[in-house]
Ligand binder design. Structure first.
Ligand code: ATP
Length: 216
């Protein structure tokens, strides 16, 4: 019998700031397929890339506030602690080495990230370390622009969530999570214009943003 509580997932991003478009699809996903825990891992943004408006410490604090009452989630600071650019493939390799070869591990991304995924550093190795679970996000297609990438996607796809629990890695699962038309960009723009964001992110995170004078 499959133990439906052994699958762990990591969820990376800039989280500038963390919002309901991150949290709610993943909570729904956890209920749908059975996830024992979701590790939120804010990125260290390399110096040559556009920097987040909030500092690493502020992005970390916002995630802590967002998940304080949600036992499903934990925070992983390993990429924030690194001075060097954080490559997801490297982090997932390290995580696999920590967890051993048998454990089922997954990396969660939104639909927009699936489209850019083939261009990620050492993307071809990532499915050796974990599964990829894709949450729905409005405004992005579910097919890849290049034929080779579409073939890659189809060769790894499964519609059977049980396979995520029985195999350690290697599958891509398109989850039927609810759609949330929310982005951190939208929140930053609204806050800059002095518009309300109460329905877009948790109240303690919004209170912290105001207290710190962020995104004005
Ligand atoms: P920004 O607007 O600053 O680019 P963002 O809102 O896209 O930020 P990120 O921190 O870049 O947030 O995203 C982290 C992960 O969460 C990515 O895999 C992204 O695809 C996913 N994600 C973000 N917003 C949503 C959403 N509304 N629905 C589903 N997935 C999302």
């Amino acid at each position: 019998m499959v133990d439906m509580n052994q699958l762990q997932a990591m969820f990376g991003g800039t989280f500038d700031p963390v919002h309901y478009g991150h949290l709610k699809p993943v909570e729904a996903l956890a209920n749908q397929i059975g996830l024992s825990r979701v590790i939120i891992m804010p990125n260290n943004v390399p110096p040559h890339r556009p920097q987040p408006e909030a500092t690493s410490q502020q992005r970390k604090t916002m995630v802590e506030l967002a998940i304080a009452d949600k036992p499903l989630f934990t925070l992983d600071e390993r990429e924030l602690r690194r001075d060097a650019p954080s490559y997801t493939a490297q982090t997932l390799l390290e995580w696999r080495e920590e967890q051993g070869p048998q454990r089922s591990l997954a990396f969660i991304i939104g639909q927009d990230s699936l489209l850019t995924f083939p261009g990620w550093h050492h993307a071809d190795t990532i499915l050796n370390h974990c599964h990829l679970i894709v949450c729905r996000r409005p405004g992005y297609p579910l097919t890849m622009e290049q034929e080779a990438h579409q073939q890659w996607l189809e060769s790894h796809l499964t519609t059977d969530a049980e396979m995520l629990h029985t195999l350690p890695a290697g599958k891509i699962y398109l989850a039927e999570t609810p759609w949330f038309n929310i982005s951190a960009t939208l929140i930053r723009e609204r806050l800059e214009k002095g518009e309300r964001c109460d329905d877009l992110l948790p109240a303690p995170v919004l209170a912290y943003i105001k207290e710190q004078g962020l995104y004005r």
